[in-house]
Design a protein around this ligand. Structure first.
Ligand code: FAD
Length: 1010
């Protein structure tokens, strides 16, 4: 981020004259907004059709009358009124009420209609599009960072292509093409790599995009100054749209289908009724024009989203910022040029008639704490401090802009969220209350896809895509009430919108909210923390302390840079798409775990106790594996599925009896289930169980023990010896078998010990009251001192679990993957008579045959890291893409997982998988790969059982190219992680890494820790 700002500031310094001149411009008066409209008018013809006539004065379109749009008998659009009328009563019973007539509400309504839900009502406080939508820049970009985001954009793209034919309304699509550019003084290698990754995903998804050289760049955009540019990417199919046309087309189709759209009808209250487990359900929506009885409300109120949520006592982590663009005077010759996104200057410029619209993502946006409910078509006075950075950047690359001057400004409200992703999905506590807001200035592009997914959510109970990234349940419930956290994180997301998204980067804002009792001890030991779900969890262990620094807003708002930047430096060293600088450190953590022992602080894991009258029924239903017939003491690895058989979570469930009252042994009657989930998915999993119980009328208790218990995981061949020093309970296999748990005393502290492993080693997890955690940790460290015990973090855990072939939810296992496709059929009780959520879908899939399958690949080139979304090719044909990849240090290979599909609709065959020439296309280059039908590491699962005599892990399953076996691990010597072990020569790799670091250091891109 500092990199980005540095780029801007240098530009600013280079063009002080321009800035000074424009800063002196008189403030744009309200009258001037008429001029804004004139500028926009040629490309916004439908705005009038939706909003009515142009008002003169403080508000555009002010004073327009309300209209009720309803399907006429002949299915054509009918306006029942064009003046405000109290006659337009909305009372009645409807299936779904959509609150808000911006692009999102319109898209939700449209897609509900398409799915056959037509007894629907869209209520808009003012006029359609009068919130943020009317003043959008309307850019549409086809390239995204993830395949799900691509599909969400793609639905919008399809609408833009077809809506005119369907409805007669033109959504104003202009196919301008999109150019991404980056500067030479802004991490040129990394920017190029980032663009290549965009392009790679584009290729996987079938969208033409290509890196272009200077000559081609000049052809595509002859007006660009290119001498300072380092990389450019071109997508011919990008373009721009007209928001009002899109909204009118969507609502016209919906109204024809039977939906109702009522303007000038604010929602003033929502009534709910109590349900089980402290939940509520929506029953009524109140407006000045009557009360609507409904059990489903979609909150699509954009920046007003919290006004609507507070009506049901809920809060959203939304922060409204002023966000805008300027419209230049006439710029000769730009009409038919592509939209340019300048990633280094954090701005875009779009042809708009014979002018240009110049906007971007500001580093110092102005926050608004409360939007007025009475501000349709509102705009703010421009803030030249905010605009100046991007304007100067734009002028450097497009010098013709210098003489054009600024004709008008558009500066309006937009809602942002703490992780720069929209908030979508059903509330966890209020049944029938859905969100679709917080679009971080991407709402136009995402409207089609998010509206469609919302319709699936409402009609079928779940979306069809993996929407976890967007799901309201991804947030920790307490944090969504923390205004300081929301503002800081939303600021960071906005300001970093055009920054490179590095795989191992971490946010700097909103840190330190949830700490393990080991936090300070680990921090002193050099722990570099990662942030997940508000937790500080260990990422990896540095040679020196690198405490998380206070948030300095990246210098915005005149904030002084944080005085201690050791954390930032530690992060920046790994901000690369090549081999991270800390690869050696990770190798040591991983190989120590495989060879000796490592301790992981897993306190951030979600911990829940499921008990109560209907706990057994609930456990039988929500867990795919047989759990309820297991005796207390058993641990079961299971999935939780949705009705399509997709995996909503994978987790472990320990069957237990009531205890004597300590935090890890709570008292309860009957059988209970101790559920351990991933840290980032804790609320998602909790909500899944509770909502299912509510739906089925079950009385359960789901006690959240996450904050009360710390978790340490001791793993590796020496784990038993170390732990045995501290407990009188026998840890021998016969007394403490794999997949069992027990109450034991460790170093004088009672805890629940679970014999299981997330890394494929002999090991135990200790679940301990927070107050005991530090003592136990120190005792373990002391006991392991002479046995090579090391601290290890989640980056090592990710690598080790990947090497072992364990799934990682939301990466290689998602709600749109079934256990059968993911090789997890063993977690499903399909051979029993017990019904469970998702069972019938799995049975159908089994009967039809599985058409896609998760595969494991290793690369021939071990120095070529993969980061996801690379194409998987078989005999030259793309058959899937990489979901997750890691360097597997013991195998000495890059290991990757992805789902592949056989061409045609038939089931995927073993022949297809075990033959052919497999390759991975990464950053547009083809790499040779080997496919493995079983995990290449420890395929017989011997190590978890404590059997360390069989070195066959590296040879059992390679089908095409056997992977090299890492040397030395049996002998007691920590092997070199590098390809072919020590023969490759550690000096060469270190030298290589050192060179990379040095060259960046020289380039002044970041300071290395001394
Ligand atoms: C300057 C700027 C440029 C942008 N450029 C782009 C771009 O190029 N591409 C892109 O994809 N996105 C862009 N965006 C973002 C995009 O415009 C927004 O994300 C999108 O318009 C949000 O739509 P929405 O429906 O969520 O919210 P809104 O359009 O704000 O709609 C919410 C509606 O809810 C109504 N409402 C509020 N309270 C009530 C109530 N009590 N009862 C009934 N109705 C109520 C409001 O009146 C409003 O009409 C830009 C945004 C800005 C500000």
């Amino acid at each position: 981020m500092t990199r980005m700002l540095r780029g801007q500031l240098s530009v600013l310094a280079a063009a002080p004259g321009y800035l000074a001149e424009h800063a002196r411009r008189p403030q744009v008066s309200n009258r001037f907004y008429g001029a804004v409209l004139q500028v926009m008018w040629p490309v916004r013809p439908m705005l009038c059709g939706v909003g009515g006539r142009v008002g003169v004065g403080g508000r555009l379109w002010a004073g327009m009358g309300g209209r009720v749009w309803a399907a006429a008998g002949d299915s054509s659009l009918r306006h029942s009124s064009t003046t405000p009328s109290t006659k337009d009563d909305v009372s009645g019973v409807v299936d779904v009420v959509v609150v808000g007539g911006g692009v999102i509400g319109c898209s939700c309504l449209y897609h509900l209609t398409k799915m056959g839900v037509t007894n629907t009502l869209l209520l808009e406080a003012h006029k359609l599009t009068s919130g943020t939508t009317w003043h959008t820049a309307g850019l549409f970009n086809r390239l995204t960072r993830t395949e799900v985001a691509f599909l969400l954009h793609d639905r919008t793209y399809q609408l833009l292509m077809t809506l005119k034919e369907e409805t007669g309304v033109d959504p104003g699509w202009r196919n301008t093409g999109n150019l991404f550019i980056a500067w030479k003084d802004d991490q040129p290698e990394e920017r190029r790599a980032d663009f290549e990754r965009f392009a790679q995903l584009g290729r996987v998804m079938g969208v033409e995009s290509r890196m272009v050289d200077v000559n081609e760049l000049k052809e595509i955009h002859p007006l660009l100054e290119t001498s300072h540019l380092a990389a450019a990417l071109y997508t011919p199919s990008g373009g721009t749209m007209d928001p009002s046309g899109l909204c009118e087309g969507l609502t016209r189709a919906a109204v024809r289908g039977g939906a109702r759209v009522v303007e000038q009808c604010p929602v003033t209250a929502i009534t709910t009724q109590e349900t089980l487990l402290g939940g509520r359900r929506v029953t009524q929506v109140h407006t000045p024009r009557g009360t609507v009885t409904t059990n489903t409300v979609i909150n699509a109120a954009g920046g007003w989203g919290n006004d609507i949520s507070s009506m049901v006592g809920r809060q959203l982590p939304l922060q409204v910022f002023k966000h805008g663009y300027v419209v230049t005077g006439k710029v000769e010759g730009t009409e038919h040029l592509p939209v340019v996104r300048d990633y280094s200057a954090s701005c875009y410029y779009k042809p708009q008639g014979d002018s240009l619209t110049v906007g971007g993502f500001e580093s110092n946006p102005v926050p608004i704490d409360q939007l007025s409910p009475d501000s349709p078509f509102d705009l703010y006075e421009p803030n030249w401090d905010v605009f100046s950075g991007m304007l100067n950047g734009a002028m450097k690359t497009l010098p013709v802009m210098k003489s054009a001057g600024i004709k008008s400004t558009v500066y309006g409200p937009e809602s942002f969220t703490p992780d720069h992703m929209p908030i979508v999905g059903e509330d966890a506590e209020v049944q029938g209350f859905y969100y679709c807001c917080g679009f971080n200035s991407h709402g136009m592009q995402m409207a089609g896809g998010c509206g469609e997914q919302m319709a699936h959510w409402v009609v079928e109970g779940r979306p069809t895509l993996d929407m976890f990234t967007y799901d309201v349940r991804r947030f920790e419930p307490r944090l969504v009430k923390d205004r300081e956290w929301i503002r800081a994180k939303s600021h960071e997301g906005l300001a970093k919108n055009y920054s490179i998204v590095f795989p191992h980067d971490e946010p700097l804002a909103g840190r330190g909210k949830r700490l393990s009792p080991l936090h300070q001890e680990l921090e002193a030991g050099g722990c570099v923390f990662q942030e997940r779900h508000g937790w500080e969890r260990p990422g990896w262990f540095h040679s020196q302390p690198a405490p998380v620094q206070s948030y300095d807003w990246y210098g915005a708002y005149d904030t002084q840079p944080a005085s201690d930047q050791r954390y930032l430096h530690a992060l920046q060293a790994d901000c690369t798409f090549d081999i991270p600088l800390h690869q050696d450190t990770l190798a040591q953590e991983c190989l120590s775990c495989r060879q000796r022992a490592a301790i992981f602080d897993l306190t951030s894991f979600g911990k829940f106790l499921l008990t109560g009258r209907d706990a057994e029924a609930a456990a039988a239903w929500v867990f795919s594996a047989p759990v309820t017939d297991r005796a207390p003491g058993a641990i079961v690895y299971t999935c939780m599925l949705n009705h399509r058989g997709g995996v909503e979570a994978d987790l472990t469930v320990s069957v237990c009896e009531g205890g004597e009252g300590a935090a890890c042994f709570p008292p309860f009657e009957g059988q209970g289930y101790y559920v351990i989930t991933g840290g980032a998915t804790a609320e998602y999993c909790r909500a899944h169980i509770v909502c299912e119980a509510r739906r089925r009328g079950w009385h359960i208790d789901l006690t959240d023990l996450t904050e009360e218990l710390a978790v340490m995981s001791l793993q590796g061949p020496h784990s038993r010896t170390i732990l045995q020093c501290l407990t009188e309970h026998s840890l021998a296999d016969v007394d403490f078998p794999l997949s069992s748990h027990k109450a034991i005393t460790v170093a004088g502290h009672k805890c629940r010990a679970l014999r299981l492993s997330f890394v494929g080693e002999l090991g135990w997890e200790l679940h301990i009251p927070r107050s005991s955690a530090l003592d136990v940790y120190r005792a373990i460290k002391e006991a392991g001192k002479n046995m090579g015990l090391v601290d290890a973090g989640f980056r090592a855990l990710d690598s080790l679990s990947c090497e072992k072939g364990y799934r990682h939810w939301h990466a290689d296992l998602r709600p749109d993957d079934t256990p059968l496709e993911a090789g997890l059929a063993f977690t499903c009780k399909l051979k029993t008579n017990t019904d469970f959520l998702g069972r019938s879908a799995l049975e159908q899939q089994q009967a039809k045959g599985i058409t896609r399958r998760l595969i494991t690949l290793t690369l021939q080139d071990s120095l070529r890291p993969l980061w996801g979304h690379e194409a998987i090719k078989r005999d030259g044909l793309t058959v899937g893409f990489i979901r997750r990849a890691e360097h597997a240090f013991t195998l000495g290979k890059v290991l990757a997982y992805g789902y592949v599909q056989q061409p045609g609709d038939g089931p995927i065959t073993n022949h297809f998988l075990s033959t052919g020439d497999w390759q991975v296309e990464a950053r547009l280059k083809l790499l040779s790969a080997s496919i493995h039908l079983t995990h290449p590491f420890d395929p017989r699962n011997l190590r978890q059982k404590g059997i360390y005599k069989d070195p066959s892990y590296g040879t059992a399953t390679a089908l095409v190219h056997p992977p090299a076996v890492g040397a030395g691990w049996v002998s007691g010597k920590v092997p070199d992680w590098r390809p072919n072990g020590p023969e490759f020569g550690s000096g060469r790799v270190s030298a290589l890494l050192g060179l990379v670091a040095l060259s960046r250091h020289k380039a002044g891109l970041y300071d290395l820790p001394s």
